[in-house]
Design a protein. Structure first.
Length: 150
């Protein structure tokens, strides 16, 4: 994503018009438009003011990812009650069909037993709750998988 796109999406996420931003930064609407179309770039002082206006750090503004921001917003808005109603396997299975198909192929009790031992170890050694142990183990597995792809 270009810097202009980042600026555009960050502004839109805050519900501001180009006129609003221009007024708050003391520049013309055309200047804001030129930044968002990559015709010109804001100087560092203007960029810092925009970051404050958009409630982002300067790094976040420069590398603003609207998809990641939307995902984080959805996570933040999801209540525990709603989470309990969601069948996460079914939801992720739409994107990753293997999650809906492996049950008849994989020796689940074997893997469940081995994973259960690892969960118990994390709980005992680090005094994690069962949920925290699961999240830590899941994160470790993700990083191990990601490292194998390199």
């Amino acid at each position: 994503m270009t810097l202009g796109n980042c600026l555009f999406h960050a502004r839109k996420k805050c519900g501001l018009s180009q006129e609003d931003v221009a007024e708050k930064l003391g520049v013309s609407r055309q200047t804001v438009s030129k930044w968002e179309t990559d015709e010109t770039i804001p100087d560092i002082r203007q960029a810092k003011k925009m970051a404050v206006l958009y409630h982002l750090s300067l790094d976040e503004l420069i590398d603003f990812d609207i998809d990641e921001a939307k995902i984080q917003e959805a996570i933040d808005k999801t209540s525990e009650e709603t989470e309990k109603k969601i069948d996460w396997t079914k939801a992720w299975g739409k994107k990753y069909p293997i999650l809906l198909q492996y049950q008849d192929k994989v020796n689940i009790p074997n893997y469940a037993c081995r994973l259960s031992i690892m969960l118990d170890e994390l709980e005992a050694e680090y005094h994690f709750s069962s949920q925290d142990a699961m999240l830590v183990l899941k994160d470790i597995m993700y990083h191990a998988w990601k490292d194998r792809k390199k």
